[in-house]
Design a protein around this ligand. Structure first.
Ligand code: ZN
Length: 250
């Protein structure tokens, strides 16, 4: 059931959590605390006030600059916040308010945090994966329409495919561990679809960036964000896409 108040509330919750996820994603990989110190401008060190920390809006209103020293502020923060807000709304619109919404919100949270970390540091932090592991294992056991073995199969197949690619040097071990978790949540055969989508989107984006000269051939590039996007699409639309495909080839 669509409800405008719940939609606004859920989106705002996503925006605020997204702001916190940025902090987690940017501080955990460099071993900093996520509770203190409060956010400061990395350039001039001015402690940021409430009006500097409104998700997305602050960044737009200050034209992407620090209000105190005019240093440019990376759009990655606002992007992380905005995407989290939209994904929280999307999960609600797909699942209503149910146990599955919890699974969806936790899954997109994981996806946002690892994507920001991977884009910034080319690293998917173990600490983040280890935090989400028990939560997602438990939630998927409590709220599932399939048998638990479907999740296990998804985790093994997903982790297996990316592990092979990691050993061949195409992806990282962090990607493999992430995809074990994603496979557990979205199950089989969704995990195959997620992998194919990730590869297609990643190849397309990096192919374009290479053609345009932004990255060099053989330059290491993060793959976590594409695994995250593939997982989210397969999570939301996997049965429709796979069903449509099977009816085409039959
Ligand atoms: Zn500043």
């Amino acid at each position: 059931m669509f409800n405008i108040f719940v939609s606004v509330y859920v989106t705002m919750l996503g925006l605020i959590l997204g702001s916190f996820y940025n902090v987690v994603a940017l501080r955990i990989p460099v071993g900093k605390s996520i509770v203190s110190p409060p956010s400061r401008c990395p350039k001039c060190g001015t402690r940021l006030k409430g009006r500097d920390l409104v998700p997305v809006l602050s960044w737009i209103l200050s034209s992407g600059k620090c209000r105190y020293c005019q240093a440019p502020v990376s759009g990655l923060y606002a992007l992380g916040e905005g995407v989290t807000g939209l994904l929280f709304l999307w999960v609600y619109l797909r699942t209503g308010l149910s146990g599955e919404s919890l699974v969806g919100w936790v899954l997109v949270s994981l996806c946002v945090i690892v994507s920001v970390s991977d884009l910034k540091y080319m690293l998917i932090p173990n600490k983040v994966l280890l935090f989400f592991l028990p939560v997602l294992v438990l939630l998927r056991i409590i709220y599932t329409e399939e048998s638990i073995w479907n999740g296990v199969l998804g985790a093994v197949v997903g982790g297996g495919i990316v592990l092979l690619l990691a050993l061949a040097g195409g992806m990282g071990m962090g990607d493999a561990k992430l995809f074990v978790l994603c496979g557990w949540v979205i199950g089989f055969p969704n995990v195959i679809l997620a992998f194919l989508l990730s590869s297609a989107i990643g190849t397309l984006v990096y192919g374009m960036l290479m053609l345009l000269g932004f990255i060099k051939r053989k330059q290491p590039v993060p793959f976590g964000p594409w695994l995250a996007i593939g997982t989210i699409i397969a999570y939301g639309y996997g049965s429709e896409i796979i069903g449509g495909y099977l009816s085409l080839i039959r």
